[in-house]
Design a protein around this ligand. Structure first.
Ligand code: GAP
Length: 433
């Protein structure tokens, strides 16, 4: 399948099944925004839960949920006001704007537009500006956060003072970020509003190289453990010229995107003591850490794995997408599947089957996110559940009424087994883990 075809198919599937809708579609759309539908919300929540669960289960990582708006000084201190920019060029004829480093798009424009003439390259700041309070003036100007990380750095001391946590430790945050990207595209890959999962892991400076290597491996393994195929994902160290203003070294986890080949899925940066040192300087407050055991005082270094949930979700969807002879199936890892189980009555016009199926569904809902489906025929129901990646479908038939057994159909193999209703919870639990 060619790549644009695959992206079109995924986008169409997402719309058809309530996974992702274009943002502001009713009013013609708003570029660079997408809305999660009911199924997409469940998938995104599963991704977030898996990420946060993985972080918190380590015992030395705590969560945080800072505000989206920070004082403008935060962004001056962090360097985003001066350095969070992309190089921009504008076509003087049609005034379309492009990222100067996206050569493919520029060449495409030159090919498709007879007349073109480019402006000089200039720096374009990606932060969305806004005003706090009713007066729109420079004094009240601030920005929608382009990363959640700064909310962590400005709370570093609050967390240290209010918890019993000691270095090495991490603060994990999930939340919205906003970037006024010059160009957007490739569905969820590059958008203007997106949710981030970011960990700032604080370490002794002399141990930062070891922790940097540690987090690169941990994060790669997280994707593999959730079903991303080994051949589609790899680590890449970035050359110095390509790394952000705050970074001492950055690696990326690359996914094999259909539209560009291997490219960034997640970034893992060694931010050194850049942020804590800047905030110490700008706020006038000492943010250094005192190690009670060794009696040393120092500014910790920070290792930061950071990924957009939309970008991760796109990778999981692409990896899971299979077009077979008679069906499209999302072979999502069961932990990421929006519904773990679907329950059907064999015939929706037989009240005794409907009643029994509803009862079984209600029972399973206590253990798993479960959905009931009594529409159309069994074939259509399987088709619909395969398209959203439901790993198990249970059918209640006349035999169920006699001996309390049902058929359970496995999404990936389409094999069916007859099992006892009281065994369902333990059987499904074992298969999900
Ligand atoms: N705090 C570090 C940071 O913000 P980044 O590499 O600029 O680093 C982190 O962004 C991650 O956010 C990327 O690896 C990618 O997954 C996601 N991301 C960045 N810009 C994005 C965009 N415009 N649309 C969707 N996801 C984006």
């Amino acid at each position: 399948m060619d790549s644009s075809n695959l992206m079109d198919k995924i986008t169409a599937l997402c719309k058809r099944r309530g996974i992702i809708f274009p943002g502001s579609e009713l009013y013609g759309g708003l570029n660079g925004t997408w809305d999660l539908g009911p199924i997409g919300t469940l998938i995104a929540n599963n991704i977030k839960n898996e990420w946060l669960g993985n972080m918190l289960s380590r015992g030395n990582i705590v969560p945080l949920d800072s505000s989206i708006l920070h004082a403008a000084r935060v962004w001056e201190a962090s360097g985003h006001v001066t350095s969070f920019t992309d190089p921009l060029v504008e076509c003087k004829i049609c005034h379309e704007r492009f990222r100067a480093d996206h050569e493919g798009q520029i060449k495409e424009h030159e090919k498709t537009h007879d007349k073109h003439s480019w402006t000089e390259v200039k720096s374009f700041n990606l932060m969305f500006k806004t005003f706090v309070g009713p007066i729109d003036d420079e004094k009240n100007k601030t920005y929608l956060r382009p990363e959640t990380a700064q909310g962590i750095f400005i709370n570093f001391k609050n967390v240290i003072d209010s918890t019993r946590i000691n270095i090495p430790f991490g603060i994990a945050q999930i939340g919205k970020g906003f970037r006024n990207e010059i160009t957007t595209g490739n569905f969820l890959f590059r958008v203007r509003e997106f949710e981030l999962m970011e960990l700032e892991f604080f370490v002794k400076p002399t141990e930062s190289a070891r922790w940097y290597e540690y987090w690169k491996k941990e994060r790669l393994n997280w994707y593999l453990s959730l079903g991303i195929r080994k051949e589609n994902v790899k680590l890449a160290d970035l050359p110095k010229k390509d790394i952000a203003h705050y970074s001492k070294g950055t690696s990326e986890i690359w996914y094999k995107w259909p539209f560009m080949g291997f490219g960034e899925l997640e970034g893992i940066a060694n931010r050194g003591d850049y942020d804590l040192s800047q905030h110490s300087k700008y706020s006038g407050k000492d943010l250094s850490y005192f190690d009670e055991k060794t009696k040393e005082k120092y500014l910790p270094y920070v290792i930061e794995p950071s990924v957009g949930i939309g970008r991760a979700m796109l990778a999981f969807l692409l990896d899971a997408f299979h077009e077979e002879k008679k069906r499209i199936v999302l072979k999502l890892h069961p932990k990421l599947a929006p519904y773990k189980v679907a329950v059907f009555p064999l015939l929706a016009n037989k009240p005794e089957l409907v009643k029994k199926a509803e009862g079984i569904c209600k029972g399973l809902m206590k253990s798993f996110v479960t959905v009931y489906d009594g529409r159309g025929n069994i074939g259509k129901r399987y088709f619909a559940q395969d398209e959203i990646g439901t790993p198990f479908c249970i059918t209640v038939d006349f035999e169920t009424l006699e001996n309390d057994t049902v058929t359970i159909r496995i999404r990936d193999t389409m094999k069916q087994e007859r099992v006892r209703v009281p065994d369902l919870v333990s059987l499904i639990s074992r298969k999900i883990i």
